[in-house]
Design a protein around this ligand. Structure first.
Ligand SMILES: [Fe+2]
Ligand SMILES: [Fe+2]
Length: 180
């Protein structure tokens, strides 16, 4: 039996993950409009990952017979002042989500909900990776802020190697995604 307090908080988190999805779509479009296809595809891929996080949470609630609510989300920021701006926003977002994931884990622990606590473990690891990825990207893009081609070249190299791309290969330890 999933702790009601955890289920309620996880339903809220579904909204946060979809909000992150919308925000990354907005970032991708910013770079697409600047004709930076590598940066655009990086953020389109990040957006899909956020959508998958939301649907993993949906699947967990379905599997544990909890009611699923899909919250509305606030509009993302769509206007940016530079090539660095969206990455600073993304890094702040990932740090905020990390705190939300920790809070969910804390609730699971307080409620002695061991299945919920185990479910959260993958997201803890994922947040470490996502914060690190955005930190690296911020360093590179800040350094090359007036050399768009250098930024694009970095991403082409790193994404090709499965590095900064995030999408990488399929992760066999990832929780199941509803609908897939
Ligand atoms: Fe996420
Ligand atoms: Fe994320």
């Amino acid at each position: 039996m999933t702790a009601p307090r955890f289920a309620e908080q996880l339903n809220e988190q579904i909204g946060n993950e979809f909000a992150a999805h919308q925000q990354y779509v907005a970032c991708a479009i910013h770079y697409d409009a600047l004709t930076m296809p590598q940066m655009a595809s990086f953020f389109y891929a990040q957006a899909l990952e956020e959508r998958d996080h939301a649907m993993m949470m949906v699947q967990f609630l379905l599997d544990t017979d909890c009611e699923v609510q899909i919250p509305g989300v606030d509009a993302p920021r769509t206007s940016f002042t530079s090539v660095v701006d969206p990455i600073e926003l993304a890094l702040a977002q990932e740090k905020r989500v990390t705190e939300q994931i920790f809070a969910l884990t804390r609730t699971a622990r307080e409620e002695n909900d061991f299945a919920a606590e185990q479910f959260m473990q993958w997201f803890i690891k994922e947040q470490v990776e996502e914060v690190a990825t955005m930190n690296d990207l911020l360093t590179v893009v800040t350094r090359a802020a007036d050399d768009v081609n250098a930024i694009e070249e970095y991403l082409r190299r790193e994404q090709g190697a499965g590095g900064a791309g995030g999408a990488g290969g399929a992760d066999p330890t990832a929780p199941p995604i509803a609908g897939i």
